[in-house]
Design a protein around this ligand. Structure first.
Ligand SMILES: [Zn+2]
Length: 167
């Protein structure tokens, strides 16, 4: 039985120096489960906090696990083990995120909502890191079993042109 884990106030969580750790079944993360061949397994996480050099509160999130992605070249399973660590700058709702924060690659800014759901944070972090087009380092395109017409890349382009639409 897993329980829904929420942080009522992330600023208080950080200021109190609290720490949370646990596991989340991949099957409960629908956005991740959708891209896997099997949603078996768990994601382990550790959530703590820190203060940036500027004194601002941050969450420190570590997630570890493995997703069974589908290779987009050979269309078979591709295990993708991950171990991610990220720093999330806490920003009050409505507060503007300064330009330099958006460009800062050492941390991401998150707008703190009341009852921040840990599963949501974990899922977001993984989605940011997951390969957009997963592919084995070495594999072969499956041979067509015959009867497959190879489409010219220009066919798709010409389909975009709508004759007569340009005045
Ligand atoms: Zn492959």
């Amino acid at each position: 039985m897993s329980q829904r884990c929420v942080i009522p106030d992330a600023f208080k969580f950080a200021a109190d120096g609290r720490r949370l750790e646990g596991t989340i079944p991949i099957a409960e993360c629908s956005r991740l489960a959708d891209m896997t061949t099997s949603a078996e397994g768990d994601i382990a996480y550790v959530l703590g906090s820190s203060q940036g050099v500027d004194g601002k509160w941050q969450l420190e999130l570590e997630v570890i696990g493995m997703l069974r992605l589908v290779c987009q070249r050979c269309l078979t399973e591709m295990p993708w083990p991950f171990e991610l660590a990220s720093t999330l700058l806490l920003v009050r709702p409505g507060e503007e995120i300064p330009e330099e924060e958006l460009e800062d690659e050492t941390r991401d800014a998150i707008e703190v909502q009341p009852d921040l759901e840990v599963k949501q944070l974990v899922e977001d972090e993984i989605l940011l890191a997951v390969p957009i087009v997963p592919r084995h380092e070495q594999c072969e395109i499956p041979q067509p079993s015959g009867g497959v017409t190879k489409e010219s890349p220009f066919a798709a382009l010409s389909g975009l042109k709508k004759p007569g639409s340009v005045q």
